[in-house]
Every structure is written in structure tokens, then in C-alpha cells.
Design a binder for this molecule. Structure first.
Ligand code: HEC
Length: 102
């Protein structure tokens, strides 16, 4: 944890897990975790696999935000993700950023 040496960075480093826990709580509250798990496939792909697939793909976040809200299929298998009208664009953006950081 070389990055956590100065007091300011230390504070940021201590907050990071809290931020990520808040995002996980949002995913749970929005029912994403009914079909997804961070590190194992359930109905939908593991979020770690999603992050690995799109690493370095700059166009992925916008596409995924649209897909989270509108649903769709054909990427991970035959099962489609239904639309998620319970998330707005800001929430979908936050969730996708969290997923891609897994
Ligand atoms: C009813 C089950 C279900 C729910 C609820 C669900 N998903 Fe999915 N999700 C899926 C399935 C199935 C796929 C795979 C679709 C495919 O193959 O293109 C998927 C794929 C994804 C992908 C990858 C899409 C791609 O094109 O690679 C992301 C990101 C994702 N889901 C995020 C979410 C988020 C965020 C939520 C909560 C708002 C959510 N999902 C809720 C079933 C679900």
C-alpha cells in the first residue's frame, strides 16, 4: 500500500472500500444481485468477467449503461437481461463504473 503514505491519500484509501460498498448496496437494492454475483455466474455473467471482457474498451461504459436500462442479450449466452426501469441513467452509470472496476 505504497500509495497510502500521505495523510490525505490515506484518508482517500480508507474511503475507497466504503464507496465500493455503497455501490454494491445500490446493486443489491436495484435487484441486480438477484441475477449477478461479483465472481460467479448466476443467471447473468459474473461482474468480474464483465470487467475483464471490456477492459480497455472506451466505448463499453456508454453501451453497458444503455443495456442495463433497456435490457438485451446475445453477448453471454441465450438468456436475455430484462430491462431495469428501476434504475435511472445516473444510477446505471454508477453501477456500470462499479462493475467495470471489479
Ligand atoms: C433477471 C436477471 C437479471 C437482472 C435482474 C439483471 N441482469 Fe444484468 N444480465 C442478465 C443476463 C442474462 C445478462 C447476459 C445478457 C447477454 O448475454 O447479452 C446480463 C448482462 C449484464 C451486463 C453485461 C452486458 C453485456 O452486453 O456484456 C451488465 C453490465 C449487467 N448485466 C448489469 C446489470 C445491472 C447493473 C443490473 C441491475 C440494475 C442487472 N444487470 C440486472 C440478467 C440480469
Amino acid at each position: 500500500m505504497k500509495r497510502c503514505v500521505t495523510p490525505l491519500l490515506l484518508a482517500a484509501c480508507m474511503l475507497m472500500p466504503l464507496v465500493s460498498m455503497a455501490d454494491q448496496a445500490l446493486a443489491a437494492a436495484k435487484n441486480c444481485l438477484a441475477c449477478h454475483n461479483i465472481d460467479r455466474k448466476v443467471v447473468g455473467p459474473a461482474y468480474k468477467d464483465v470487467a475483464a471482457k471490456y477492459r480497455g474498451d472506451k466505448t463499453a461504459p456508454a453501451r453497458l449503461v444503455a443495456k442495463v436500462m433497456g435490457g438485451g442479450g446475445g453477448v453471454w449466452g441465450v438468456v436475455k437481461m430484462p430491462s431495469n426501469p428501476q434504475v435511472n441513467e445516473a444510477e446505471a452509470t454508477r453501477l456500470v463504473a462499479w462493475i467495470l472496476s471489479q
